[in-house]
Design a protein around this ligand. Structure first.
Ligand SMILES: [Zn+2]
Length: 71
């Protein structure tokens, strides 16, 4: 069972270049693990992005089961 994937899903990936986390202003080094949100084109450090990512994943799953029950 897998959840529907939307364009704009946040994903966990490795930084391709160094930047600064927009939430905590911590430096993100190249090849650090980050959480990337294509919607806002934002890359958060893993500790900032993790919870948002998990929230997204669980809400995507909720949405899927809702849709299945509804149709
Ligand atoms: Zn951060």
């Amino acid at each position: 069972m897998s959840h529907t994937s939307y364009v704009g899903d946040p994903k966990i990936m490795f930084a391709k270049f160094s930047s600064v986390c927009p939430k905590c202003n911590k430096k993100i080094n190249k090849s650090d693990r980050i959480v990337y949100f294509p919607n806002g084109k934002k890359a958060f450090c893993y500790s900032c992005g993790e919870q948002d990512y998990l929230d997204f994943v669980s809400s995507a799953i909720d949405e899927d089961s809702y849709n299945r029950g509804y149709c």
